[in-house]
Design a binder for this molecule. Structure first.
Ligand code: E4P
Length: 219
């Protein structure tokens, strides 16, 4: 399973990319606002940090405006990085129209705010490169989010659909294990959850006791 980082915090992306575990990045307007940096500042740096798909969201609501906005974003990125841009488009009829056109024009798309297998199927039919089902928000709403990942994986597998499934809105490490066990293509994970995935108290205790014992034998 590929691991994307779900943040616009450039320091976190740089640090975690240095561990050699990152395959891409997803951002959204909320994450950009949290980063305290402008959109321009983020796009000026982010492509140097991770060589993989970087999702950037459009905010227009009409398909022709979404397409214009998407092309405007692509135009701002140096040519050598353009292959890594994935334009995040919301799951609406206007969004699907935009996906269809952008797909024809060779621009990658990530259809976001997916909350059902049917939405994922329609986004894939329109030509989405990625679909992002938001499982944490479904859990928050009293539904079992991971259930739709199971359904989407089954449907995409039945029909050899090439659209990749990004498990999004991940809240904790168990979500990551569940996503991997279901064969999801990608999990996009907030930095704090990635840090929790590394940690185990027995690892820390083991290092401590090895260091203590080493003191006894080193000359
Ligand atoms: C995905 O691309 C989104 O940025 C993200 O996973 C949303 O997660 P949230 O529900 O924690 O805001």
């Amino acid at each position: 399973m590929k691991i994307f980082i779900d943040t616009a915090d450039l320091q976190e992306i740089k640090e975690i990319a240095s561990w050699g575990i990152l395959d891409g990045v997803t951002t959204n307007p909320t994450l950009l606002a949290k980063s305290g940096r402008s959109f321009q500042e983020v796009i000026d740096t982010i492509f140097d940090l991770v060589d993989g798909p970087i999702s950037l969201e459009v905010l227009s609501e009409k398909s022709d405006e979404m397409i214009k906005e998407a092309k405007g974003i692509v135009a701002k990125i140096p040519q050598k990085y353009q292959k890594n841009i994935a334009i995040k488009i919301p799951m609406t009829p206007e969004g699907l129209k935009a996906v269809k056109t952008l797909c024809k024009d060779g621009i990658k798309t990530n259809v976001t705010l997916i909350f059902s297998a049917n939405q994922a199927l329609l986004a894939a039919k329109a030509g989405a490169t990625f679909v992002s089902p938001f499982i944490g928000r479904l859990d928050d709403n009293g539904q079992e989010g991971m259930k739709i990942i199971e359904e989407i994986m089954e449907i995409f597998c039945n029909y050899d659909i090439e659209t990749e499934v990004i498990v999004a809105s991940i809240r904790h490490p168990i979500h990551v294990i569940d996503a991997a066990r279901l064969g999801a293509d990608i999990a996009t994970i907030p930095p704090d959850v990635i840090r929790k995935m590394i940690k185990h108290p027995l690892t820390d205790a083991g290092i401590k006791s090895f260091l203590k014992d080493w003191e006894k034998v080193k000359k």
